[in-house]
Design a protein around this ligand. Structure first.
Ligand code: CA
Length: 207
């Protein structure tokens, strides 16, 4: 089956077909998410002073200032056989702009595009389905990795999500940190690691 859609910002969500019921076999779905062309009033005001050259500048600004942040809430695809490929830009399947090929049942972390567009391609084979996925998307300003959130029962130090910024995580008493304690926002708009989780320590375990 063929499915998917073209979506525009500033925010929304995408689910696999039939979600939360199993997706179809032989599904072939594509989604393209495009940030809104959000020219601001100040730009239009600016136009009246400088005509063509400033129009080009403001257009340039509006085209490139926003990127797409994709955050998964649920994710479950038949491991190794059904895949969701996420890429940058508007050309579906462009190999050199693939960001991730996702499969299996662990929920991926944030994905941030590098341009104002992101595409997703779900492909399933001819047997065995799974629940599928639900993801929300949102426009964010270019030059950052987006807010990865704070783990349940956790504490985060750091409030900035721009290139080079670092976040450190701790867990509340009685919880143990699993995963990376510190992550940094890389130039490719992706965090260096996944947000950790805080799991309850075994209270009666003998030392
Ligand atoms: Ca399958």
């Amino acid at each position: 089956i063929t499915c998917g859609s073209n979506s525009r910002g500033p925010k929304g969500f995408i689910t696999s077909p039939n979600y939360p019921v199993q997706y179809d076999n032989n599904a072939h779905c594509v989604w393209v998410i495009t940030a809104l062309d959000n020219r601001k009033v100040s730009h239009i005001y600016f136009l009246s002073f400088c005509f063509l050259s400033c129009y080009v500048l403001s257009f340039y600004h509006s085209e490139l200032s926003q990127v797409i942040k994709l955050a998964f809430e649920e994710f479950d695809l038949e491991r190794g056989y059904d895949t969701l490929t996420v890429g940058d830009g508007g050309k579906i399947g462009e190999a050199r702009r693939v960001l991730y090929v996702l499969t299996g049942s662990s929920v991926p972390d944030l994905i941030v595009s590098m341009s104002n567009q992101m595409w997703l391609h779900l492909q399933s084979d001819d047997t065995i389905g799974s629940q599928g996925f639900k993801a929300t998307y949102e426009e964010i300003d270019k030059g950052g990795c987006g807010d990865p959130g704070i783990p349940a029962y956790g504490i985060r130090t750091g409030e900035r999500f721009l290139h080079g910024d670092m976040l450190t995580f701790e867990c509340q008493a009685a919880f143990e940190l699993v995963g990376e304690r510190m992550i940094s926002c890389q130039q490719n708009n992706q965090w260096s690691g996944n947000k950790p989780s805080c799991v309850c320590k075994m209270p009666f375990k003998n030392a």
